[in-house]
Design a protein around this ligand. Structure first.
Ligand SMILES: *[C@@H]1O[C@H](CO)[C@@H](O)[C@H](O)[C@H]1NC(C)=O
Ligand SMILES: *[C@@H]1O[C@H](CO)[C@@H](O)[C@H](O)[C@H]1NC(C)=O
Ligand SMILES: *[C@@H]1O[C@H](CO)[C@@H](O)[C@H](O)[C@H]1NC(C)=O
Length: 439
């Protein structure tokens, strides 16, 4: 009985308060704005409670006592002493009926008295029956239990939504309670929209290429400078030992260097181009130490200083390089009348047979014939003479020789004039220097 009546009263007040707050009545608006149990009091500009206990005859029957109340009245046993009749009509009584353990609240459910008006109760602060998985949302006069973002309600529980089922992510999707995140494959990074993946320029990010780096879609490539090769790790560049490829890269010696190689030549040679060695002509460059009485002879890999006047007894000097054995001198009969000095240089390992030097008779008597031979200096038979005609012959290298080595060959030409029974002999003293190299 008690609770039912109070409940009705509260509904009435709720409507009143709502109207009073949102639409304050103007002077032309009369008490018609007030709900049942109230009438408009133009003096106070408020809806004033109607004392039904006075206006309604026999409001309560029998032993029941009428208690006026806001927007209505209560019929209670006479022993009850709850409301003083004299409460201000539209004031919310305080401390009245505080006999029960619950504080009396004249405001509708979800509101509580604050001064003389009813204010919304924040049920979320003061206790609610939302599930632990749910979020409490306070509303005017009430509250709701909502699932947090990323959850959906199944029965009374909130269940995580598996966003990954909806293909939000370009690459990989990781569902987490209440949310999800997108991840990218290696080599990509999440774009600003947190869903697309964009290529990472690893070369800008310090990719571990030891030399060149090329960014590609999703990855990168390391490449090496010329003269280097990529190690199996794909990052490191290793110097290529070009010298190990071929022994023909350099004529003499190959020197491997980082990223390249170079050729070096032995002493007495200079590099011709990149791989060939060319003999330095010390006699022309002037680095020789030959004296004024000497002649500089350039040979492969060096030079020789030979005495310009190198005639030995019984020969006498008649001109540069030419010695004569006068017939008047004893011992000259069996020797060539004249000796001319010549010098030549050959390389080692020459292919054989090889024409080296052509001997030519300078004066020819009519009817005479000339023969040529190696008179001395070829003990091991490395040379032979090939006669070309009456007046010339060729010195031929018969065997491959390796230097450094020096031969001094006396090549003799014997001229015979049968008509005049005259025979004469002259020699060419040929110094053959064999260089230490095949170039
Ligand atoms: C109402 O009773 C509560 C305890 O039930 C007490 O804390 C409170 O002070 C009382 N209010 C008044 C106005 O007497
Ligand atoms: C992406 O995620 C970051 C960090 O979680 C956040 O600050 C940013 O607002 C998100 N951007 C978009 C477009 O959702
Ligand atoms: C070579 O000598 C022969 C005699 O042995 C002679 O008949 C011939 O004419 C000579 N040839 C020359 C080119 O002198």
């Amino acid at each position: 009985m008690w609770s039912v009546c109070v409940s009705i009263v509260c509904v009435c007040v709720s409507v009143l308060l709502h109207q009073a707050i949102s639409q304050p009545p103007t002077e032309s608006d009369t008490y018609t704005e007030c709900t049942d149990g109230y009438h408009w009091d133009p003096q106070t500009q408020h809806c004033k409670d109607i004392n039904e206990c006075e206006t309604i005859p026999e409001a309560c029957k029998g032993e029941m006592k009428c208690f006026n109340h806001y927007g209505g009245y209560l019929c209670l046993p006479r022993s009850a002493s709850v409301f003083p009749d004299s409460d201000p009509p539209n004031q919310i009584p305080t401390g009245v009926g505080n006999t029960s353990s619950e504080p009396y609240n004249p405001c509708p459910t979800g509101y509580e008295a604050h001064g003389d008006s009813c204010v919304d109760v924040d049920e979320c602060e003061q206790g609610h029956d939302c599930q632990p998985s749910q979020e409490c949302i306070n509303t005017e006069g009430s509250f709701t239990c909502q699932c947090p973002n990323g959850y959906r309600k199944v029965g009374t529980e909130c269940i995580d939504i598996d966003e990954c089922r909806y293909r939000y992510c370009q690459h990989r999707c990781v569902n987490v309670p209440g949310s999800f995140s997108c991840q990218c494959e290696p080599g990509f990074q999440l774009a600003g929209n947190n869903r697309s993946c964009i290529d990472v320029d690893e070369c800008d990010m310090g990719a571990p290429c030891s030399q060149r780096c090329y960014n590609t879609y999703g990855t990168f490539l390391c490449r090496c400078e010329q003269g280097y090769e990529l190690e199996p790790d794909g990052f490191t560049c290793k110097d290529i030992d070009e010298c190990s490829f071929s022994s023909y890269l350099c004529q003499h010696q190959c020197i491997n260097e980082p990223g390249k190689f170079s050729c070096v030549c032995p002493e007495g040679y200079q590099l011709l181009g990149t791989r060939l060695c060319q003999d330095i002509n010390e006699c022309e460059t002037g680095v020789h130490q030959c004296t004024d009485s000497q002649t500089c002879v350039n040979i492969h890999g060096g030079h020789q200083c030979v005495d310009t006047n190198g005639c030995q007894e019984p020969y006498v000097q008649v001109s540069n390089n030419r010695c004569v054995c006068p017939v008047s001198k004893p011992g000259c009969q069996d020797l060539p009348f004249s000796i001319v000095h010549r010098y030549m240089s050959i390389t080692s390992e020459r292919s054989v047979p090889s024409d080296l030097f052509q001997i030519q008779a300078t004066s020819v008597y009519p009817g005479a014939y000339n023969t040529f031979r190696i008179r001395s200096g070829d003990d091991s038979g490395d040379f032979y003479i090939r006669q070309i005609n009456n007046i010339s012959a060729m010195l031929v290298l018969a065997r491959a020789v390796t230097g450094p080595k020096e031969y001094v060959l006396d090549l003799e030409m014997v001229s015979v004039n049968p008509l005049m029974s005259y025979q004469t002999s002259s020699a060419l003293r040929l110094s053959v220097y064999v260089g230490p190299h095949a170039f």
